[in-house]
Write a protein that binds this ligand. Structure first.
Ligand code: ATP
Ligand code: MG
Length: 180
């Protein structure tokens, strides 16, 4: 499984639709300060269901929508889609390619889709449990996160190992069952 494609439109500094095509290997994104490199990883975190505006370096969630520049009017929505190659079926879904997308309007209305079908945020979280990919997974290591892991509470560090060991899903289900 690997990240094949990121499509961004109206998210942060990306007013126009932009498509990144990746291959199975290492890709580096380079550019001057403020050119939008971190916005790309924010986009991935966001489409995976990030709910904290702070994690996305904003004050509220609407701040992810392109806010306009001197030359360009603000936009009405933000859209991000990522496509993963799933030919090894690491994701428990019967598709060789999985596209997850999220759209947010200024009104606050939002939607999530998996391969074009509307779904709940919960479906996206569950799809990525135990893969390391979810918004809390370790596939995106942000600035300062390494320190946080090293200095973190043992319970928090444990979550990382649970995810890598593939038992998050079961813990989550157990928690839900005990609540009922
Ligand atoms: P550095 O090298 O300093 O880490 P970077 O390439 O990671 O820089 P980002 O932090 O991704 O840069 O991008 C910051 C830019 O994104 C700023 O110019 C900021 O104005 C712009 N930006 C963030 N949110 C929005 C928004 N909602 N609308 C328009 N532009 C935005
Ligand atoms: Mg940056």
């Amino acid at each position: 499984m690997y990240l094949k494609r990121i499509e961004i439109q109206g998210f942060k500094s990306f007013a126009n639709k932009i498509v990144f095509d990746f291959h199975n290997g290492i890709t580096g994104i380079v550019g001057p300060n403020g050119s939008g490199k971190s916005n790309v990883s924010d986009a991935v975190r966001w489409v995976l269901g990030e709910q904290s505006a702070k994690q996305l370096r904003g004050g509220n969630m609407q701040d992810v929508i392109f806010a306009g520049t001197e030359l360009r009017k603000p936009l009405g929505f933000a859209y991000v889609a990522i496509t993963l190659d799933n030919s090894d079926h690491k994701l428990d879904i019967d598709f060789k390619e999985v596209t997850v997308s999220r759209r947010l309007f200024r009104s606050g209305e939002s939607e999530y889709l998996i391969n074009g079908s509307a779904c709940r945020l919960k479906d996206i979280s569950e799809l990525f449990f135990d893969t390391g990919i979810g918004k809390d997974g370790y596939s995106i290591i942000g600035q300062g996160q390494v320190d946080k892991i090293l200095n973190g509470r043992p319970e928090d560090r444990r979550e990382l190992f649970d995810e890598a060991a593939g038992i998050t899903k079961f813990k989550r289900r157990k928690g839900l069952a005990l609540k009922r």
